[in-house]
Design a protein around this ligand. Structure first.
Ligand SMILES: C[S@@+](CC[C@H](N)C(=O)[O-])C[C@H]1O[C@@H](n2cnc3c(N)ncnc32)[C@H](O)[C@@H]1O
Length: 228
């Protein structure tokens, strides 16, 4: 019987002290890892990120025509990310390393309202690999709980994110981190922050929620330097 509990999903990611990150096997064996799809609408961290981002769009009068969702899983944030663009009616691309996750995202998309199906598409891809077709294309890149999975390759992934954004584009990511998170040995959210500052990104928001508890929930929003 398939189980959805967190440790079941994590078994495919960390094995014998190695960061094996076998997301494809995880999606093949676990229907809804960490219950992420079932809880998508109520997940406090992602909900906060989308709310903060919508405030920044409103405050800074951003026009969002194109959105890239890195590590999109089964695509459950496509509609809410598209809503950030308001009347501009953005286009959305969701990318995930797992073909099984992408197949499920495409199934979900087929049942979505027309304003979503017309504007969204999904593809399998690894954010560690450069995609020339994405170069300079996106006004907004969203990375929900994904950057710590590319901790060993964080610099090349940040190169790709920077390269995919338009000159004044925005990056919004979420990060949940415990003191004993396996990925801390490669990168923490504060390391990601330092690297983006070094690259000249402008910090629009750092929200560190739940700091006094055992897991800090982080939303970061950045603007790539204008004209880069
Ligand atoms: C914890 S889930 C988060 C899903 C969703 N973004 C959210 O916020 O709920 C991480 C997702 O990132 C994907 N992922 C991990 N490493 C990746 C990589 N190198 N390239 C693309 N996707 C990746 C996984 O397959 C998984 O679907």
């Amino acid at each position: 019987m398939k189980r959805n509990r967190s440790h079941r999903a994590n078994d495919f990611l960390i094995r014998d002290g190695e960061f094996v990150r076998d997301f494809e096997a995880m999606y093949q064996n676990v229907d809804d890892p960490w219950d992420q799809q079932e809880r998508a609408a109520s997940d406090p961290l992602s909900t906060a990120a989308l709310w903060f981002m919508s405030e920044i769009v409103r405050r800074d009068r951003l026009r969002i025509d194109s959105i890239l969702d890195l590590g999109c899983a089964t695509g459950y944030y496509a509609e809410r990310l598209l809503a950030l663009s308001g009347d501009a009616g953005a286009h959305y691309v969701g990318v995930d390393i797992s073909p099984t996750a992408i197949a499920r995202a495409e199934q979900r998309l087929a049942a979505a309202p027309p304003h979503v199906t017309m504007r969204a598409r999904f593809e399998t891809g690894d954010i560690k690999d450069w995609q020339e077709k994405f170069a300079g294309k996106f006004d907004l890149i969203f990375g929900g709980k994904v950057l710590y999975y590319v901790g060993p390759e964080i610099d090349v992934c940040l190169d790709h994110i920077e390269g995919y954004l338009v000159g004044d584009g925005h990056l919004c990511y979420t990060y949940n981190q415990r003191d004993d998170s396996f990925s801390n040995k490669y990168v923490t959210y504060l390391d990601v922050r330092d690297r983006l500052l070094e690259r000249g990104f402008e910090e629009k928001l750092l929200a560190e929620m739940n700091r006094l508890a055992d897991e800090v929930l982080v939303v970061q929003v950045w603007q790539k330097r204008r004209g880069a």
